[in-house]
Design a protein around this ligand. Structure first.
Ligand code: AMP
Ligand code: MN
Ligand code: MN
Ligand code: MN
Length: 289
C-alpha cells in the first residue's frame, strides 16, 4: 500500500503526445510535479509508448509513477474507455490487442479524411496524411485540431459538432472490441482495471448498470468516481454505483492540453466519503519506476 499522504495528491488519468495529449511525457511529469502531484499515471489511448519516458521523468522528480493505459472498447454501439493501472513491462497479449486497435485507428483516419474531402470539400486527404505521418495512435482529436488550425472550425467542440460527430460529413462509425475482449487483454497485463468516466456515456440508468455489471463479471475493479469538472449530481450517481457493485474508486483529470482549462492536471481531486480508494488495492510493487 502507498501511504495516505501520497495517495491524496494523485492523478490517474492523463495523456501525452504519444496519443492525443499535447505534452511529451517529460513535460507532463514536470507540470505534474509543479502542481504537487505525488503519484501520477500516464494513461494514453491504446499505447504504452510513453511509459518508459514518463517513468524516467517521475524518478528524476521523486514522484511515484503508475504505468497506465486507456483502452478503447464498445458497448451497445458506443465507445467506452477502460483504464489499466500497473501495466506490466512485458505485456504481449495487451500489446497485440492495442496493436490491432491502432491498425483500425489508422484506417479510420484515412476514411475520415476521404469523407471530409468528398462530402465537405475539405483537404481531408492532406490532413489525414499529416496525422498518419506524425502519430502512432491517431485519434479524432488530431483531426479536430487540424480542422481548427486550418480555419474550418472555431474550436475543438465546434469541429466535432460540425464535421466529426454522428450525422456529420466526416463521421465514420466504428466498433471497438467488446467488454470481455477488452478486459481479457487488460487483465493479462494489469492488476487494476477501471471504467473511465462512467458518467459521460449516453446510457439510461439501467444501461449503465448493465455495462457496470458486465464490467464486474469480466473482472473490472473500479470506477472513475472523481474527475475534474464532474458535477455533484454525477459524483453522487457514480458513488452509489461504486457502493452497489463494491467497486473501488479511481480519480484523475483526463488532462490532454494545458490550453484546455476544464481538466487541469493534478487538480486536488477528492473522493466522496465512504468509497474505497483504488490506491488501497495497490501493492507497492505496482507503484514505482
Ligand atoms: P477517438 O478515440 O479517435 O474517437 O477520439 C476521441 C478523443 O477525442 C477523446 O479521447 C477525446 O480526447 C476527444 N474528444 C472526443 N469528443 C470530443 C469533444 N466533443 N470535445 C473535445 N474532445 C473530444
Ligand atoms: Mn483523448
Ligand atoms: Mn476517455
Ligand atoms: Mn482520457
Amino acid at each position: 500500500m502507498i501511504d495516505d499522504t501520497a495517495a491524496i495528491r494523485v492523478d490517474f488519468h492523463t495523456h501525452s503526445h504519444f496519443s492525443d495529449g499535447v505534452l511529451s511525457p517529460t513535460a507532463l511529469v514536470a507540470r505534474a510535479a509543479d502542481r504537487g502531484v505525488a503519484t501520477l499515471a500516464l494513461t494514453d489511448h491504446d499505447t504504452l509508448a510513453g511509459l518508459d519516458e514518463a517513468a524516467a521523468a517521475c524518478a528524476a522528480h521523486g514522484m511515484q509513477f503508475l504505468r497506465g493505459v486507456e483502452v478503447s472498447g464498445s458497448f451497445r454501439g458506443q465507445a467506452i474507455h477502460i483504464i489499466g493501472l500497473g501495466v506490466a513491462h512485458d505485456a504481449p497479449q495487451l500489446d497485440e490487442h492495442i496493436g490491432a486497435i491502432n491498425c483500425r485507428r489508422r484506417e479510420r483516419i484515412g476514411e475520415i479524411g476521404e469523407r471530409l474531402e468528398k462530402r465537405a470539400r475539405l483537404p481531408g486527404r492532406e490532413i489525414a496524411a499529416r496525422i498518419l505521418a506524425a502519430q502512432h495512435a491517431p485519434t479524432r482529436l488530431h483531426i479536430a485540431r487540424e480542422l481548427v488550425s486550418g480555419g474550418y472550425a472555431d474550436g475543438i467542440q465546434h469541429a466535432f459538432d460540425r464535421w466529426l460527430n454522428r450525422g456529420k460529413p466526416g463521421h465514420v462509425p466504428i466498433e471497438w472490441p467488446g467488454i470481455d475482449a477488452t478486459l481479457t487483454a487488460l487483465r493479462s497485463a494489469t492488476p487494476h482495471v477501471v471504467l473511465a468516466h462512467p458518467h459521460r456515456y449516453r446510457l439510461s440508468a439501467g444501461g449503465l448498470r448493465t455495462l457496470i455489471s458486465n464490467f464486474v463479471t469480466a473482472g473490472g475493479s473500479g470506477l472513475e468516481a472523481s474527475l475534474a469538472g464532474m458535477s455533484a449530481v454525477d459524483a453522487d450517481r457514480i458513488a452509489s454505483l461504486c457502493r452497489k457493485f463494491r467497486l473501488a474508486a479511481s480519480l484523475g483529470s483526463d488532462f490532454h492540453d494545458p490550453a484546455v482549462p476544464w481538466n487541469p492536471l493534478g487538480r486536488w481531486l477528492k473522493l466522496p466519503d465512504g468509497l474505497e480508494p483504488i490506491t488501497n488495492r495497490f501493492e507497492r510493487s505496482h507503484v514505482g519506476n
